[in-house]
Ligand binder design. Structure first.
Ligand code: TXA
Ligand code: MG
Length: 359
């Protein structure tokens, strides 16, 4: 197997060097990779995804061969991409890389505009998935990689998901690294103001975890209440309201209020999939017309829920339900990542989702 694996990776490296696209696993979701220094390759990503050119991409970097949190020197790896590497940035990098944390910096002038959507900032992360690391180390350069899904759709967490996204659109090389462990995209922190660190996208790594490990306070975009600062925040495509969306209508219900979630759908009489926490015995106490509902058990542990969220949305989307209902995640910061993805998935869901997304 190892020989086979290294041959496959060599082929992937070769494809990237020639300006082609390679899909690869990361610990969060699968990425659609291209050489970050090749404008034509980057262009291919935007057309394959159907993503507007103004939406910037994340540069993925390799960690040194044998990384050790104390000895590793990330400065040499990150410096070519950024204008200035602050103490705070190094604190975050040392605490969380390689791992599901993306940092936004003021970019070095050599970084392509095609990659940053014309902005003067660049987003960087070092993924921890061993296959991603092997690919990046052998490639010896930055690889831009958005999630390997069509624009606005559910992110892929397996190689098969990636293949089904691009079937008939693109003959794509897909490295198979199994199911993604984290299951939702990386946490994004903006450091580009040089002043405050701002959370742009919630994920597995939370502001409290960052505070505990580094002593750094992470601000919410809503804390930036002076209009000028808010207006200068970079664009994040995940910050569109509708995103990560299945074709089947998806809604959330609050505890004990399944029927309320149906008020929008007076015509739906059957084929409703209702996700229920594994900690709840059953929906029967909710008094729903059980003949029309089918329960799908979902994990009430937050980390497990995240790791299975996109898998469940994709699978349910294939099963021909008229409506999918998910329980509202509980309050609390550790649920922010999945709550954010579920809310956007609801808004973008349904057959006309593409219209919502592109508006
Ligand atoms: O977990 C992840 O981050 C995955 C895996 C594949 O690494 N990648 C991912 O990429 O989620 P994508 O393109 O689907 O989402 C990247 C997000 C977008 O919302 C984009 O707007 C934001 O990062 N982003 C990229 N560059 C940025 C920048 N310079 N300033 C602000 N946001 C940026
Ligand atoms: Mg994405």
């Amino acid at each position: 197997m190892p020989t086979h694996r290294s041959t496959v990776i060599d082929e992937a490296v070769d494809t990237l060097r020639k300006g082609g696209l390679v899909a690869f696993p990361t610990e969060t979701v699968y990425g659609l990779g291209a050489d970050a220094t090749n404008p034509h390759a980057i262009q291919k990503i935007f057309s394959a995804k159907g993503r507007p050119a103004s939406h910037p991409l994340i540069v993925h970097l390799a960690a040194p061969d044998k990384y050790d949190q104390i000895q590793i020197d990330w400065t040499a790896l990150v410096s070519p991409w950024v204008r200035d590497l602050s103490e705070d940035a190094l604190k975050l990098i040392n605490a969380f890389w390689p791992g599901p944390l993306t940092l936004v910096f003021k970019k070095d002038k050599s970084v392509l505009d095609e990659l940053t959507g014309g902005q003067d900032t660049v987003a960087i992360r070092a993924p921890s998935h061993p296959l991603a690391q092997e690919l990046l180390r052998k490639f010896k350069g930055g690889v831009v990689a958005p999630s390997a899904n069509r624009f606005g759709k559910v992110s892929p967490t397996s190689a098969a998901d990636v293949r089904s996204e691009f079937e008939g659109i693109l003959n794509l090389m897909v490295l198979d690294g199994g199911d993604c462990e984290v299951g939702i995209e990386s946490t994004i922190i903006d450091l580009s103001s040089g002043d405050r660190a701002v959370l742009l996208r919630p994920g597995l790594i939370t502001p409290s975890e960052i505070f505990t490990k580094t002593g750094m306070k992470i601000y919410q975009p809503t804390d930036m209440n002076e209009n000028k600062e808010a207006a200068s925040l970079p664009r994040v495509s995940g910050s569109l309201h509708a995103h990560y969306a299945p074709n089947t209508p998806l809604r959330m219900y609050s505890p004990g209020r399944v029927l309320d979630a149906l008020s929008e759908f007076p015509d739906i009489k059957s084929r409703v999939a209702v996700a229920v926490w594994d900690s709840d015995s059953s929906l029967s106490h909710e008094g729903h017309p059980s003949a029309h509902f089918e329960e799908v058990i979902i994990p009430s542990d937050c980390t497990l829920f995240a790791s299975r969220l996109y898998r469940s949305l994709r699978d349910l989307d294939q099963q021909g339900w008229d409506l999918i209902l998910f329980p509202e995640p509980p309050a609390g910061e550790k649920w922010d990542g999945v709550r954010d993805r579920l809310q956007r998935a609801c808004l973008g869901s349904g057959p006309s989702s593409i219209n919502h997304v592109s508006s």
